[in-house]
Design a protein around this ligand. Structure first.
Ligand SMILES: Cc1ncc(COP(=O)(O)O)c(C=O)c1O
Length: 392
């Protein structure tokens, strides 16, 4: 979670940004939510803000998403949902990943909808009794992902139990949902099988007496590639942060605007001779005499240590990381002709909107052998979040 104070940079020139910052453009979030709304209509939109809004700041993103027309918020943990309530957000929130230690009573008291994979029913009902208030649940069917959710063979009995509790006034089955495994690879056949299983599970629940307000299965890739998966509600995560869920499509191809820019002020620029070893292990050596620039962001800030030659944009040119990523810093080879005086204090951008050829989270994902989801989510609490477009 973000532990540093946040600043409003709307009126702040770049030079007044903190020396390292993840700048989050809330107008980009609003734009992306509006785009998802148009693509998903008439289905409504749940903005997924788990993991501190994929590293962008859950509360700020939630507010911007609701302003842009999202109807629901989605998180993994009850604690994340309670934090949104504590921030004064009263929109419908669904939390779906629990353990026997989860605080179901607090969730029921705060009017948080609970995903239910079967085993939680007793605990949720106990919480409803304690709070003297019916719990609101969304039954989750495992249609093939093999993570949480009720397996098909147990679905009928879990639905039956839930309906009994509903008849007793202890809970309301608000929704049925599931999660897709391969929607980011639209040609794979498993999504069809998952959707068939989902439709069957819905039919059974409705026949058993559930008056479902929302049926939902689509994540970001399915929002764009599977209109038949939209049902009543779509759960949009990565798309609202402006990143593409597809390996072969960039943000711009989908009309999305990346919301986060990771940047820092260069903390040193110095001339070195040819064959200068760089960073731990001396895995990089300068090919000629030239200049090195020091960027004060490292793996403690969430820059993946496994990145090889991740891109860094400085003064309109893209350089690559030279040598290993250290805990607090990375080095870039500025080349033989760099004027070191002009680089000290310059802005280094690791990733951002990608305008004018600038590097993106997709570039860092490729350089690291991971996905853009991980690149933005892992930026640590040591990096202050700065919000653009706040308070509009
Ligand atoms: C249950 C569930 N729904 C929706 C999402 C959002 O997925 P995406 O970021 O691909 O839109 C997630 C994220 O992993 C999830 O776990």
């Amino acid at each position: 979670m973000t532990s540093e104070p946040t600043l409003d940079a709307s009126s702040m020139p770049t030079t007044r940004l903190p020396e390292r910052a993840a700048v989050v453009d809330l107008d980009a979030i609003r734009h992306n939510v509006e785009l998802v709304r148009r693509v998903a209509a008439p289905a409504r939109v749940m903005a997924v803000v788990k993991a501190d809004g994929y590293g962008h700041g859950a509360t700020q993103v939630a507010r911007a998403a609701l302003e842009a027309g999202a109807s629901w918020l989605g998180v993994a943990h009850i604690s994340e949902a309670l934090a949104l309530r504590a921030a004064g957000i009263d929109a419908p929130i669904l939390a779906w990943l629990h353990t026997p230690d989860s605080n179901f009573s607090a969730a029921v008291a705060a009017g948080i909808d609970l995903g239910c994979s079967g085993w939680e029913l007793e605990a949720i009902v106990a919480a409803a009794r304690e709070q003297e208030r019916p719990a609101r649940i969304h039954l989750k069917i495992d249609t093939g992902l093999g993570r949480n959710g009720v397996t098909a063979d147990r679905w009928e009995s879990v639905v039956g139990e839930a309906v009994e509790y509903q008849d007793e006034g202890l809970l309301r089955v608000v929704g049925v949902f599931s999660h897709l495994a391969v929607a980011d690879e639209p040609t794979r056949p498993e999504t069809d099988a998952q959707l068939d299983a989902f439709r069957e599970a819905i039919a059974l629940a409705e026949d058993a007496g559930c008056d479902l307000a929302v049926r939902h299965i689509a994540n970001s890739p399915a929002i764009f590639s599977r209109p038949d998966a939209h049902f009543d509600l779509v759960r949009a995560g990565i798309a609202i942060y402006g990143l593409s869920p597809f390996a072969d499509q960039a943000s711009a191809d989908l009309g999305l605007r990346p919301a986060m820019t990771l940047r820092a002020t260069l903390s040193q620029a110095k001339r070195v001779p040819a064959d200068q070893g760089v960073s731990y292990g001396l895995t990089y050596r300068t090919p000629s005499a030239g200049a090195l620039g020091l960027v004060p962001l490292g793996y403690a800030d969430g820059v993946p240590r496994t990145s090889e030659r991740g891109p860094v944009r400085i003064a309109g040119r893209t350089y690559t990381v030279a040598g290993r990523v250290a805990m607090d810093q990375i080095v870039v080879d500025l080349g033989p002709d760099a004027d070191t005086d002009s680089f000290l204090g310059a802005e280094a951008v690791l990733f951002g909107a990608g305008d004018e050829g600038g590097p993106t989270a997709d570039d860092w994902a490729r350089a690291t052998g991971t996905i853009n989801y991980e690149i933005v989510t892992r930026i640590s609490g040591r990096v202050p979040r700065v919000y653009l477009g706040d308070g509009e």
